[in-house]
Design a protein around this ligand. Structure first.
Ligand SMILES: [Zn+2]
Length: 292
């Protein structure tokens, strides 16, 4: 869902710098849902029929009314909100957000799902572009069907599992970092940040990555996500990170001052440092392939 970008959107240059919900944002939504919806009983539900993907608004309302939300869970960029009955599954696409009536009393025209609780509070799922959506699931099997094939969560995956999955994978490293079936939760911004911090060129093939580079990829992925989730609720624009300048005109590498380069990798606009992330050489690729 979140990884699918229609060509019309990819062609708009300004999009590069607009924050799209990635794993740390969805983890923040999970905590937000926990704070403002968990433990509460649903009094009423209103839904935009175009955002509910596998039920009618009427069926969703009937399924959720009178139900009490439990602690929500997250897998990759999915939010799973179980009640004492069915679960509500949320994907934030590119412009999704959660809004609580305590902070914003007025409803907004982009509020696609409104949950009203018995205490009068509302939690609203807002989504301007309507990518992503809302699903209803009655049991864990139905949740699995809706989520589709997903790899382990990018924040929870062990180094061993990550290296194993990477070892079986072919193709470009950037596409792999964004592929939800390899590890769930990666996005364009995370992939660029991780590759830059790990000093790996976005056009490198996984087959050409050495053991040390694979381990570095894992440890950087972990530290980027950990810090984003623990301290910021999103991927921070830290002065020492690529994200600080990524997408800005005339941006230079925060590490070495070389002007950043822009390319397309894994089908997405990609920023990197031509000095810190050296271009893959055909020779290097051949040698590595032969030595395997
Ligand atoms: Zn650099």
């Amino acid at each position: 869902m979140g990884s699918i970008v229609p060509p019309a959107v990819a062609n708009v240059p300004a999009r590069d710098t607009v924050p799209v919900p990635e794993l740390p944002d969805v983890e923040a939504y999970r905590r937000f849902f926990l704070a403002h919806a968990a433990g509460k009983t649903v009094a009423d539900v209103w839904a935009d029929p175009t955002i509910v993907r596998n039920a009618t608004p009427h069926a969703l309302r009937r399924a959720l009314r009178g139900r009490r939300f439990e602690e929500p869970a997250r897998h990759g960029k999915w939010l799973m909100c179980w009640t004492d009955g069915p679960a509500l599954l949320l994907h934030f696409g590119m412009t999704g957000d959660l809004v609580w009536s305590g902070q914003e009393p007025e409803r907004h025209r982009h509020d696609r799902l409104i949950l009203r609780f018995d205490d009068g509070d509302e939690l609203r799922y807002r989504n301007m572009r309507k990518l992503g959506g809302v699903w209803l699931a009655h049991d864990p099997e139905e949740v699995a069907r809706v989520l589709g094939p997903l790899g382990p969560d990018a924040l929870a995956v062990s180094r061993r599992a990550f290296l194993e999955l990477l070892g079986r994978r072919r193709g470009g490293v950037k596409a792999a970092l964004m592929d939800q079936t390899l590890v769930a939760g990666g996005g364009n911004l995370i992939a660029d940040e991780v590759l830059w911090q790990a000093r790996i060129h976005p056009h490198r093939d996984i087959a050409g990555l050495g053991e040390e580079e694979r381990r570095r990829l894992y440890s950087v992925l972990r530290s980027v996500l950990r810090e984003s989730v623990d301290r910021y609720d999103y991927i921070p624009r830290k002065p020492s990170w690529l994200s600080h300048v990524r997408g800005m005109p005339g941006a230079a590498c925060p590490r070495c001052g070389t002007p950043l380069a822009r390319t397309v990798a894994g089908g997405r606009t990609t920023y990197f440092c031509p000095h810190c992330q050296p271009e893959p050489t055909p020779t290097g690729r051949r040698q590595r392939t032969m030595s395997r």
